[in-house]
Design a protein around this ligand. Structure first.
Ligand code: 5GP
Ligand code: MG
Length: 184
């Protein structure tokens, strides 16, 4: 399916990546991760809610022994398209990660504040290692230095939805990635 054949869920949306684009990127990421974590039984730590679609495709593409954990942090109030900069742990880790190899799975890095916060939270719990895998990154928007060890796509500074990402809890079900058109 090419970009132009994808029906738009809303007229004010543009397709950034098709489901096929996304699956190819995940296959590439899985290959890199599999090489680095062979025999390490890593813990993939998803940051909810946005990661849930990516996480489920990534673990199946990895197809190797691993464990999964989730935590939930929030920084957006309802209806906002920008991080408030104040992060709260909504649901912390249940299991221990001490001496484990942890791979943080993020849907998208924007200012980097969330990933930075999560990395600090995890390091206090003494894992053997922590790395970051993000499907999308808006590098131009970083406000803190964040290491992204495995990256799917670098994207422009636009608000995107689909593939797990929402606007006010809508559009998470879309299989591709869309951006909301800017008013002209
Ligand atoms: P950061 O703390 O890096 O500024 O923002 C990280 C979080 O903000 C992401 O995990 C994601 O939940 C949300 N976010 C950032 N950019 C976008 C975007 O373009 N669309 C959506 N739906 N969420 C975003
Ligand atoms: Mg997120």
């Amino acid at each position: 399916m090419t970009r132009k054949d994808i029906p738009l869920p809303q007229p004010q949306m543009e397709v950034l990546f098709t489901p096929g684009d996304i699956q190819s990127a995940i296959a590439r990421l899985a290959q890199e991760i599999r090489q680095d974590y062979r025999d390490k039984n890593p813990v993939l730590l998803g940051v909810l809610k946005g990661c849930f679609v990516f996480m489920s495709d990534l673990v199946r593409a990895l197809d190797m022994p691993l464990e999964i954990e989730f935590m939930s942090v929030s920084s957006y109030g309802p209806g906002r398209t920008e991080s408030s900069g104040e992060i709260r742990v909504v649901q912390g880790l249940r299991g221990t990660i001490r001496d484990r190899h942890v791979l943080v799975v993020e849907d998208i890095v924007d200012t980097g504040i969330t990933v930075d916060f999560v990395l600090r939270y995890l390091r206090r719990r003494r894992p053997a290692s922590v790395r970051v895998c993000a499907l999308f990154d808006k590098a131009a928007r970083h406000r803190v230095d964040v290491p992204i060890d495995y990256l799917g796509f670098s994207i422009p500074d636009r608000f995107v939805v689909g593939y797990g990402l929402d606007f006010d809890e809508r559009f998470r079900y879309l299989p591709g990635l869309y951006c909301l058109k800017e008013d002209d």
